[in-house]
Design a protein around this ligand. Sequence first.
Ligand SMILES: Cc1ncc(COP(=O)(O)O)c(C=O)c1O
Length: 403
Amino acid sequence: MSGKKPPHKPATQLVEAGRRPEWTGAIVNPPVWRASTHIFETEADRKAALSANHDGQFYYGRRGAPTQWALADALTGLEPGAYGTMLYPSGVAAIAASLMAVLRPGDMLLVTDNAYEPTRNIARGLLKRWGVKHRFFDPLDIDSFTTLCTDEKPRAVWLESPGSLTMEVCDVPALATIAREHGAVSLIDNTWATSLGFPALQHGCDISVMSLTKHVGGHSDLMMGSASAGERWYKALRQNAQQLGHVVSPDDAALALRGLRTMGLRLERGVESAAVVAKWLQSRPEVAHVLCPLIPGDAGHELWNRDFSGGCGLFSFVLNSGDEAARARLVDNLQLFGIGYSWGGFESLALPFDPAPMRDVMAWPPAACDTTQKLGIRLSIGLEDPADLIADLESGFTAMGDA
Ligand SMILES: Cc1ncc(COP(=O)(O)O)c(C=O)c1O
């Protein structure tokens, strides 16, 4: 017996994660440690800090202070296999910076075709200008992906599962294994499930990226992103973030840490309520198809069951008929759902979407949908009572018919 204690269960980890020695004693939460400048006692101390360059050691505000270190430590502890976590001013900054940490001019990047649109734009814009080539791939077509890896010799592969608009769950362990066999680094946007619902590094990914704006913040009042990785890639992320000057505010870090404490409960509630609302939508004549891996029968449900231990309240559906004006009447008449981007807050949101222009290789609607209708609506289910949300959607459907 090694005598090493097994790690606590996720719910316990969420409570204890990131408590740092700087505030031992009576303090539960870290102070909001606002600082650009740290004063050294002596010239010898300044030189020691300069040469050590460790995280968790005062140097200068851009390297953070105990509030930011606490959040980074907490996220590292929650991602099995992670050595460290870098924080970024938004999820998009985390995506761009983690790709820049891995890629060099001349490299090839393979991007899942169902990726969040700004991720696609980073490949098509920033990275292209920087001399990085890219190809989009269908994450459900493993054979074509293998061929692409053989032909294109990618340096990196970008995954997102489920796709945050169209909700396809892909076989991340298989894709990451193929990528590794071809010498490519796998990065994943793990915002939907978080490391609680999908331990991405354990499933074969090298870098796990999250928009903390969503579930970790949880209250729709901050923007932040993170990237967690094993030692090799953490060091590259850290060097890159420092050169780009990425730093997050201690006030936001404190808010994110507060959000993290209740994230498990909020995610559980989101999954339960989303399943109730999704099943109700399946019964509605106005709905052609519900895209929600949480419910049996969905194309991604089996893989979700196999690889995920949780999820969240974000899913989509396709309308059975009508035009954009009818869809607008529906969402305009919702009282509890706001029309808005983002998700993962305590409040419900509805977002009309049309993914066709954002796809290079995947069809919309997908064959699994068994419909030719195209008008999508994404719902982020918040903490309201699902019965109220269903009543709200019902009145939206009634208004949709009132041309
Ligand atoms: C899947 C996904 N990843 C990343 C982001 C970007 O996060 P942020 O808004 O914090 O930049 C978003 C934002 O909507 C998202 O939906």
